[in-house]
Write a protein that binds this ligand. Sequence first.
Ligand code: ATP
Ligand code: MG
Length: 421
Amino acid sequence: MSINALKGFKDIVPGEVETWQFIEKTARDIFHRFDLAEIKVPILEKTDLFIRSIGDTTDIVEKEMYTFIDRNGASLTLRPEGTASVLRAYIENGLLAKKTVQKLYTIGPMFRHERPQKGRLRQFHQMSVEVLGSDHPRVDAEMMAMATLIMRELGLSASLEINSLGCPQCRPAFNKALLDFLHQTESICDDCRRRRETNPLRVLDCKSAHCQEQYLRSPSILDFLCSDCTTHFARVKEGLELLAIPYRVNSFMVRGLDYYTRTTFELVTGDLGAQSAVGAGGRYDGLVKQLGGPDVPGIGFAMGMERLALLLEQQGKTLAAPGLDLYVVALGSAAQSKGFALTQALRHAGLTATMDYQDRSLKNQMKQAGKAMARFALIMGEEELARGEAVLRNMESSGQVPFVLTGEVGTWARELAAKVI
Ligand code: ATP
Ligand code: MG
């Protein structure tokens, strides 16, 4: 019996990985244009980090984390999202002292014990951005512009939904109004009934359609924003308008993490069934301080790479692996030895090249070259080699020209590179 991968954990094999590379390359390029720096952080952290940031009454912390006790008896967790780890690193490495506004991105796997389905895995991958040190509403608009540009350069479309969740000044009045509403709304699920008492805002994130139907009549947080939050939200919208980015205000959007303040946003698509969010984020002004750092504001977002890959696949936009520049076809042991050295020299010269070690016939080696999508083949036969000659074949046009072998393999390689690149 062979051993299979865990449920919800997926291999990304050749044929698929090219699409992933395209997504990552596109995003990295855009991150660079926005003057972001990459940060790499561990995937394993102390469990407390996530409890303190994401919030202990969220779905993620209550039911989705991969938490275990290690050999030293410490409680550790495979990160369910990136923000907490990046903020911990920001504090621990004193990044504030290096730059008052730090703009960071990271790309990597996240882990949540959810029910696997299309676009929902237990190990999934995010490209995420965190900007620390500015609460300017234009930064919020810029985040959404960045996410929108990534979608555009991937050739995908999604609509932008935004909301404001207010701040510690205005949230209590809203919580009270929401609680009053919830006490009058009897037919809600047990989870919501429980959360109503601990963290009323959380109920709005309930996945039950029946609950959501009730909540359409719930009070809108936008009616409770303090004047600073109202102004901030207005300026975020103004920023989006200046950049000509269309958006829709969705006052029921709360997001699944407790740390958000003020702006939250989601990029949604109608093409992924229930998994409609391809990217999401928001502002978290109190979080760095809450994690023991300085009182600096922050905002971030994450895009789900599985969902982006699915969308590209659905649109037939999958990418093929790039072919070889040149396949060295060698016949007989003398030619095979020369060919072996030449293949290496071709790589030194910058070409993608390979050869066959199975002592296959000419016909079969040409078949291999075709399979490898080689643009050219250099055919070296025993007799031709003795005469100092080989044949360069253009695999696409089938045109063949003699190639004179003068000097040593390094010279051949450089001449070939000049001909085929
Ligand atoms: P959802 O509502 O779909 O569960 P979320 O609110 O939990 O998403 P975030 O925590 O904000 O999502 O993560 C940002 C992005 O990461 C999502 O928009 C989505 O594209 C992706 N994502 C989140 N959870 C998963 C998962 N289990 N599998 C694949 N992608 C995911
Ligand atoms: Mg979720």
